[in-house]
Design a binder for this molecule. Structure first.
Ligand code: ARG
Length: 459
């Protein structure tokens, strides 16, 4: 089949070679953005007097017809036309005749593809931003119900000090807040127009790059044509922000997996987000959480892949850069899917308040309370730590917990102990006394919740 760029060629490539070079199997995802970009370009060509108004009208009509068809999924793409840009141009020419060939005046596929991807990511990043907000809201509404639900807090996955479950959930809300910030800040770099940079050097036609930027809703233009066509930083940044977000989701996924195990029994995931085993009838597996944890790996992979593709590429465009797309599309799909699933999972999970509270009473996570108690009465904290350490050892030998020891034992360990230590040992008291800024005390958690809600808007 004759190529749109076939002028200087005497032979056509074999189909399997075409197939290897083609991006149409995946870049058809850019079809709407490609047509939108062309509409802006041809409008500007008309306004600048580069194309006569009647040609512009014909081209616009043709493009709008193609856009309608694209939205209905009626376009049939062909590998023979390599990529989305040439496929659309070919369809346009087939529809309106040779005047369609004027669309590509003062433009190259190099600035065209970059424009498409800027438009594509701008739309998807906005969607991701709103999905992050949705997940934050789901976490906040669970947190509101569980300010006074206490659970063991962990370090090294060893019970450390009891905390409010809401406090734990809010930690993720803040992580997601940073993700939100990163994605929104990236928009100012995504929202910049490469269109009009031509193949690499600009064009001889009196185009108006500001005008196409304005028509496409970009905030400004790339100031250097070489940079405009060869920059993929905005995609790498997107993959990096996505990796960070997925890392956060993966950590929470891991906690949900642990918490829904027989060993913890802190939460029960809704049946809608779990699956059974084909052999073991008793099982309910947290598949969705595991999958999100697993999919984090592929997003990291896409980030590494594109960093590696770009490394060592001379200016300006190189065909290597066609490799930027599949990872980006897959990341968009993965991130959007993971956020949606996560939101549903959090909204519907059943929190086992009693099991969490029970766990706080069957360990030594109140030992710090005793050390603080002595320190508050003037004993240097280091000595208090030693005294309490011995008491813990004594308990372990006796097979009891700190709250089980009689007052005499405490008195023997230090005369500073009075009977109010039993109150201090109560995990609920322990949680509630930590009202330092950002701490887990109920009052402090309520205050943070109010702050978060204000930031997220009405919930
Ligand atoms: N399909 C190409 C890509 O995705 C479009 C740009 C092609 N430009 C070129 N000079 N071959 O990168």
């Amino acid at each position: 089949m004759k190529k749109l760029w076939g002028g200087r060629f005497t032979k056509t490539a074999e189909e399997w070679v075409d197939e290897f070079g083609a991006s149409i199997p995946f870049d058809q995802e850019l079809v709407e953005e490609d047509i939108e970009g062309s509409l802006a370009h041809v409008t500007m060509l008309g306004e600048c007097g580069i194309l006569p108004a009647e040609d512009v009208e014909k081209i616009k009509d043709g493009l709008l017809r193609l856009l309608e068809k694209a939205k209905r999924g009626e376009l049939e793409f062909s590998v023979a036309y390599e990529d989305i840009h040439l496929n659309i141009e070919k369809m346009l020419i087939d529809d309106i005749g040779s005047v369609g060939g004027k669309l590509h005046t003062g433009r190259s596929r190099n600035d065209q593809v970059a424009t498409d991807m800027h438009l594509y990511l701008r739309k998807r990043v906005k969607e991701i931003l709103s999905l992050i907000r949705g997940l934050q809201r789901a976490l906040v509404s669970q947190a509101e119900k569980h300010v006074e639900t206490i659970m063991p807090g962990y370090t090294h996955l060893q019970r450390a000090q009891p905390i409010s479950f809401a406090h734990h959930l809010l930690a993720y809300v803040w992580m997601l807040e940073r993700d939100y910030e990163r994605f929104s800040e990236s928009l100012k770099r995504i929202n910049r127009s490469p269109l009009g940079a031509g193949a690499l050097a600009g064009t001889t036609f009196p185009i108006n790059r500001q005008r196409t930027a304005e028509l496409l809703g970009f905030e400004g233009i790339y100031e250097n044509s070489l940079d405009a066509v060869s920059d993929r930083d905005f995609i790498i940044e997107f993959l990096s922000n996505s990796s960070m977000l997925m890392m956060h989701l993966s950590r929470l996924a891991e906690e949900l997996i642990l918490w829904s195990s027989q060993e913890f029994q802190f939460v029960e995931l809704d049946d809608a987000f779990a699956t059974g085993s084909s052999i073991m009838p008793q099982k309910k597996n947290p598949d969705m959480a595991e999958l999100i944890r697993g999919k984090t790996g592929r997003v990291y992979g896409h980030l590494m892949a594109l960093l590696t593709v770009m490394k060592g590429l001379p200016l300006a465009y190189n065909k290597d850069m066609q490799e930027d797309k599949e990872g980006m599309f897959d990341t968009v799909k993965t991130v959007i899917g993971s956020l949606k699933i996560f939101t549903g999972m959090i909204k519907t999970m059943n929190v086992r308040v009693d099991a969490m509270e029970k766990a706080t009473k069957q360990d030594f996570s109140n030992a710090t309370e005793l050390a603080d108690y002595l320190a508050a009465k003037g004993m240097p904290f280091r000595e208090a730590h030693e005294v309490v350490g011995k008491l813990v050892l004594h308990c372990i030998e006796q097979g009891v917990f700190l709250a089980d020891l009689p007052l005499e034992v405490y008195k023997e360990a230090s005369p500073l102990f009075e009977k109010d230590i039993y109150d201090a040992l109560n995990p609920r008291t322990a949680v509630n006394r930590r009202n330092s800024a950002g701490g887990t005390g109920f009052a402090e958690v309520r205050a943070t919740l109010a702050k978060v809600k204000e930031r997220l808007g009405t919930l």
